[in-house]
Design a protein around this ligand. Structure first.
Ligand SMILES: *[C@@H]1O[C@H](CO)[C@@H](O)[C@H](O)[C@H]1NC(C)=O
Length: 282
């Protein structure tokens, strides 16, 4: 990162040197502000309704939902309260955000988050730092996760399902946690794929199949449809999700878009592309 700054500023110095030799000190005065402007700028306020602000807040929540790896604690964006944007020349755009969150299922307000999201010019996935308050009962969350885990572990016949939710938007209650786990795992894919201008929602689980595992894990193969905005494109992803409560999710995926490009990747909850700092306080 430093060397890029170095290159930029030495290039400016060189070109200024040539010109000042010909046009004298007056031009030096005119050019100086432009050269200074090439340094990191101060963050500027954004409208909380700006599409990029909501987009960046959703990226931060994809990261949070993936990292917490808890199907019972999924959060969606409530309202953006504050948004600022800093342009870092040669590096990328950094968003500073404050927003409220809602429980994924009940839509009840469950707390506020402070987050930074840095879209790097050269790296694919945005770097996220997020701290949130959480008003939901943590014990209840843990119990729900553990009960789902126990039920899946006791399964002698693998769970198999399709079209969750169905075309009427309904989710059969027994498949609700299976779907929620797909959202948590897809959040990894959505975080990886997100850019400043492209966002993702998990639209539907097309197909799910459980692998009965001898290890103490819950293991699912999913086919999911991701909805890309604002292009409205549907992207089909195959995602393998391996889960144990209170452990990072293990995710492997490949995706195929309507334009037939293929992408793949994998995550284990130890990604270095992002700073740590998930705090859940009441
Ligand atoms: C989150 O909290 C940590 C530790 O207090 C702090 O270093 C970090 O800057 C915070 N992140 C945000 C986005 O506020």
């Amino acid at each position: 990162m430093r060397s890029r700054f170095g290159t930029e500023s030495s290039r400016h110095r060189c070109s200024m040197g040539r010109r000042t030799a010909r046009f004298g000190p007056l031009l030096l005065l005119l050019l100086l502000p432009a050269a200074w402007g090439a340094g990191p700028s101060r963050p500027r306020e954004l409208q909380v309704s700006a599409r990029q602000a909501g987009q960046a807040a959703r990226v931060a929540l994809h990261y949070l939902n993936y990292r917490l790896g808890s199907p019972s604690a999924l959060r969606a964006l409530g309202q953006v309260r504050k948004a600022r944007l800093k342009t870092i020349p040669g590096i990328g755009h950094k968003y500073y955000l404050q927003f409220t969150t809602e429980d994924y299922k009940s839509n009840q307000n469950v707390g506020t988050c402070l987050a930074t999201v840095l879209y790097l010019k050269r790296k694919p996935r945005p770097a996220v730092n997020i701290n949130c308050t959480y008003t939901k009962d943590q014990k209840q969350i843990q119990d729900n996760d553990y009960n789902f885990y126990k039920k899946m572990r006791q399964q002698t016949n693998p769970i198999i399902g399709k079209d969750i939710p169905d075309s009427y938007g309904n989710i059969e209650p027994s498949f609700e946690p299976v779907w929620a786990l797909a959202v948590a795992g897809s959040s990894y894919v959505m975080w990886e794929k997100s850019t400043e201008n492209l966002g993702y929602f998990m639209a539907q689980v097309k197909h799910v199949k459980q692998w009965i595992s001898k290890d103490d894990v819950v293991d699912f193969d999913y086919s999911v449809m991701l909805h890309e905005i604002p292009t409205q494109e549907m992207i089909s992803c195959h995602i393998r999700i391996i889960w144990t409560p209170d452990h990072p999710l293990k995710v492997k995926y490949f995706c195929l878009s309507e334009n037939q490009w293929l992408e793949s990747g994998e995550g284990s909850g130890t990604e270095s592309g992002s700073t740590s700092g998930i705090y859940n306080e009441r």
